[in-house]
Design a protein around this ligand. Sequence first.
Ligand code: ZN
Length: 149
Amino acid sequence: MEKCVLCNTTDSTEVVYRSAKWRVLLVDDDSWPGFCRVVLNGHVAEMTDLDYRQRTALMDVVWIVEQVVREVMQPDKVNLASLGNMVPHLHWHIIPRYRDDMTFPDAIWAPQKRVVLPDVLDARKKRLSELRHRLADRLILQFGESLTE
Ligand SMILES: [Zn+2]
């Protein structure tokens, strides 16, 4: 699996928290501030490849991330997506959505419908440091210190 893009996140996507089983990333995408990803560490393709306890544990992480994204980013809606068509490696996208974002109400991967006003986008980007810190705090509170790589 040396070609797996999720295992080789050498781009600027930032690991906010790492456990033995999963990690939480803050996706560095100028167009989608607050976009987070929960990635299972193992190579598992489908949620139903996990047993009940494992999949519940993974979703608990997704719920924590969604809650913090809501608190900090104040979106109109949160989108959760698990596609994984390119890589058999379970991961969840947690995406804050706004009525004025580029593709709303379609998926973020849909063709662009509009341009977000620069001031509006900047205001959202300014929340990212708080998002990063609050995510780390909440995950540490729940699961203990983050592992280092
Ligand atoms: Zn992988």
